[in-house]
Design a protein around this ligand. Structure first.
Ligand code: ZN
Ligand code: ZN
Length: 365
């Protein structure tokens, strides 16, 4: 069938609207008609080849949500008409997949950053030219064909258009706080960067009953939003020194830090401000080969931990329905992060995300 897609053909350039050919789903694949897709900083970083070089032309987008339109012969987890969120692809068989941690799938890189299926093919083409996909989906398009492990079924009454970002940005921040760092009641946490990942972390820290929740960013409006979502303190590093401000707030350093900016000097600070036995989790997509330095004695003598985290250590099948329920109860106000755009305005959505005008753009089809 033919679909409409926003195709990336060059670095830093706008996405190009094109009509593409989409293959029929294979036996273990599904076709999803998208209702909406989140736009994530990783999409832009991949377009501009800042993280890893991925082949172009490519349909980016990895926070899709939609309705299952067709399923392959061996698919049993969803059926036609099911409402689904799209997340990353995984193999289902490796040691990580076997313990329900698909974001550490042994084939994660190849399946999500390889530009197509695990076997190197892509379901997309235009006039015989191969068009690549991202994260096993490519959700900047009216339809995707993806592996059945990409999709997570949600309830019939779930607010589909709002939920695409749960597949990446939101579970990255919320999962890091809840699953990876396991922030406990009354513990302090400092969150570096208040984009959608950082603010999801703030909401999660409030949910788990963290004590001091410190949001750090250069933007005043973001810090205000962080306070609204549960932060108890904010730091604007253009106005005060982060280590001094954290010392003033916590006395002995902070129990947990969550670093979302992917800037190595900021990550270094997130390690330096840890209290004894504190843990720093970091989640940003830094350019391949980025190196971090830290003071070994500070980490070792203090029993401190530095922890890399992908997609919040979540089993999306289990974690997403919980977040959706918390959202329905008003305890995870995801809608406060979101600005909707029509699909035709995707380039404006990207621009306004890059210049910080919006936190989490979602395009609707
Ligand atoms: Zn696997
Ligand atoms: Zn993302």
């Amino acid at each position: 069938m033919q679909i409409e897609a926003a195709v990336a053909r060059k670095k830093f350039g706008p996405l190009n609207f094109e009509t593409l050919d989409l293959e029929e789903p294979r036996h273990n694949e599904v076709r999803v008609r998208l209702a909406a897709s989140g736009v994530c900083h990783t999409d832009m970083a991949i377009r501009d080849q800042k993280i890893v070089p991925m082949p172009q032309p490519i349909v980016l987008g990895h926070e899709g949500a939609g309705i299952v339109e067709k399923v392959g012969a061996s698919v049993v987890k969803v059926k036609v008409g099911d409402r689904v969120i799209l997340s990353g692809d995984s193999c289902g068989n490796c040691p990580s997949c076997q313990i329900s941690l698909p974001s550490y799938c042994y084939e994660f890189f190849q399946r999500n950053f390889g530009g197509g299926r695990a076997d190197g093919t892509s379901p997309l083409s235009v006039n015989g030219e191969k068009v690549h996909t991202f994260m096993g989906q490519g959700s900047f398009a009216t339809h995707v064909v993806c592996h059945d492990r990409n999709v997570i079924a949600v309830a019939k009454d779930a607010p589909l258009e709002l939920l695409g970002p749960l597949g990446c940005g939101v579970i990255t921040g919320a999962g890091a706080v809840i699953n990876s760092l396991k922030v406990g009641v009354g513990k302090s946490i400092a969150i570096f960067g208040t984009g959608s990942v950082g603010l999801s972390g703030v909401m999660a820290a409030k949910l788990v009953g963290a004590g001091k929740i410190i949001a750090i960013d250069l933007r005043d409006d973001r810090l205000k939003l962080a306070m609204e979502l549960g932060a108890t303190h904010t730091i604007d590093p253009s106005k005060e020194s982060i280590p001094e401000a954290i010392k003033k707030i916590t006395g002995n350093g902070v129990d947990f830090t969550l670093e979302t900016t992917a800037l190595m000097p900021v990550l270094r600070q997130a390690i330096d401000v840890l209290a004894l036995r504190g843990t720093c989790g970091f989640v940003g997509g830094a350019p391949e080969g980025s190196e971090l330095t830290f003071v070994a004695s500070h980490v070792m003598n203090g029993g401190r931990t530095i922890r890399g985290i992908i997609l919040g250590d979540t089993n999306p099948e289990e974690f997403l329905p919980k977040l959706i329920e918390l959202h329905a109860l008003g305890r995870f106000p995801l809608e406060k992060l979101v600005t909707f755009y029509p699909f035709k305005d995707i380039n404006r959505a990207i621009e306004e995300s890059l210049n910080g005008k919006c936190v989490k753009p979602i395009v609707r089809f």
